[in-house]
Design a protein around this ligand. Structure first.
Ligand SMILES: [Zn+2]
Ligand SMILES: [Zn+2]
Length: 178
């Protein structure tokens, strides 16, 4: 996801460019994210560009209850400033503070005026991965005793060990013949 912004950097502050893309590459191999598409708006700022975008990628996540893999789309937005590191004929004056900002790990444009969004999108995608995803809202999960996937099969295990259900059993008058 690289965009050459040479032309935009020659424009005045406030000028915008819109880009759309769809690329296939390994964004986060651990969750299978490998198709990345989106729309971005790059706005010329006095020290670089402000970029905001809407991104979508495919992920394959383990359900938090039944541990089956479930495919879904991950959609998120981002907004970041990318500092210019090389003058573009606009007498860029990299003063001391700007140099410090660049050193402090702020996003920057490459020396050839290229905006590389790969790392930004990777970071935002990781933040947006749901922590405890479910394959479906009413996923029945795994049997705590035999481990069978209760979405697919039924079992006849009686879980006496899970104390979380004791109050419910008592309420329902279920005999706890332990
Ligand atoms: Zn599930
Ligand atoms: Zn069971």
């Amino acid at each position: 996801m690289r965009f050459n912004l040479s032309q935009l950097l020659k424009e005045n502050v406030g000028v915008k460019r819109v880009y759309s893309f769809s690329e296939t590459f390994e964004l986060i191999p651990e969750v299978g994210a490998d198709i990345v598409s989106g729309d971005i708006i790059a706005t010329r700022m006095d020290k670089g560009v402000w970029v905001s975008g809407k991104i979508e990628t495919n992920v394959s996540l383990e359900c938090g209850r039944c541990v089956e893999l479930c495919a879904r789309q991950l959609a998120f937005e981002f907004s970041e400033e990318y500092l210019q590191t090389v003058d573009m004929g606009n007498n860029l004056d990299l003063n001391q503070q700007d140099k410090l900002d660049i050193e402090e790990g702020k996003f920057t444009l490459d020396g050839d005026h290229t905006l590389d969004l790969t790392e930004t999108i990777r970071q935002y995608a990781i933040i947006n991965i749901p922590i405890n995803p479910l394959c479906r809202e009413n996923c029945a999960g795994l049997c705590g005793i035999c481990g069978i996937n209760l979405n697919i099969n039924k079992c006849f295990c009686v879980d006496k060990g899970d104390v979380r259900w004791s109050p419910l059993r008592n309420f329902l008058g279920v005999k706890e013949d332990i």
